[in-house]
Design a protein. Structure first.
Length: 277
């Protein structure tokens, strides 16, 4: 039986829609980057205007992450958590953290896209599908009264951030004066590795590997004064060298999940073997 929606929490909904708008404009900005019709030697390196647009699209995804982090907190603080808000949040997340990073990934590696056109679009489509499955599973399995300190599988915002980090890294690589040593070789390798990394990220989203909720673990509850000082200095360091620190932190977070999971399994197996003997 259909239920008519009577009231909506205005402020949380506006933040959720802010997430959607950022994702939409990230897609629009990324779409400015042209499709490679031929393969000159210069295609190893994106034109400056394209690199700038992709960097801008990446920061729009990060801005959307801010809206996404705030809307739930605002809804809980105001006692306005509803099924409508949860469903709207997932729909917006699919656009911003599913579709937008998939398009960004295709645009970031023109050489791979030209040489393996079918492969890159299959990977991008798989990424969007895995993001949708991950969000649907999250809605079904997450209890509202949970501690929200861990996720099952890689969260879609973190997955999108890891892809967007490549755009920021590429822009920093070529805008820095003087250029970084071996910048061209680093870019060529990163461009070739990005599609395979995107496929791994897609699998991690639908995996059962646990990931910590960084925001809640850092800012939730009472902490020591030293903890506050450490967080402030970490944020300052990140902002000073954000062109390199943001992509590295995102990639480390993504890869830390399977590394921790494999290590835990290895330790568990070793303990079982020791108990036997």
């Amino acid at each position: 039986m259909k239920r008519r929606l009577k009231t909506i929490a205005i402020l949380p909904t506006l933040f959720t829609l802010g997430n959607l708008v950022c994702g939409f404009f990230a897609i629009v900005v990324a779409a400015r980057v042209g499709k490679p019709e031929f393969l000159p030697e210069s295609l190893k390196e994106l034109p400056p205007g394209d690199i700038y647009n992709l960097m801008l699209a990446a920061w729009l995804i990060f801005l959307a992450m801010v809206f996404d982090a705030l809307d739930g907190h605002i809804a809980r603080l105001s006692g306005a958590t509803t099924d409508f808000g949860a469903e709207l949040d997932s729909l917006c997340d699919l656009v911003t953290f599913g579709v937008a990073p998939a398009i960004l990934m295709v645009k970031l590696c023109p050489r791979f896209t030209f040489l393996h056109r079918e492969a890159i679009w299959v990977i991008a489509a798989a990424y969007v599908a895995c993001a949708a499955l991950r969000l649907a599973r999250f809605n079904v399995e997450t209890a509202e009264e949970g501690d929200h300190l861990h996720f099952t599988g890689l969260p879609s915002p973190a997955a999108a951030a890891s892809i967007a980090g490549f755009a920021i890294f590429f822009y920093t690589l070529y805008s820095k004066e003087p250029p970084l040593a071996y910048a061209e070789q680093i870019y060529t390798f990163a461009q070739s590795a990005l599609p395979f990394f995107g496929a791994l990220v897609a699998l991690l989203m639908v995996s059962r590997i646990p990931y910590p909720h960084i925001v809640n673990q850092i800012f939730h509850g009472q902490r020591s004064f030293g903890h506050l000082v450490a967080v402030i200095f970490a944020l300052v360091a990140i902002m000073i060298i954000r062109g390199y620190s943001v992509p590295i932190i995102c990639m480390v977070f993504v890869l830390s999940g399977p590394v921790r999971f494999a290590w835990a399994k290895l330790v568990e197996k070793r303990l079982q073997e020791e108990e036997v003997f």
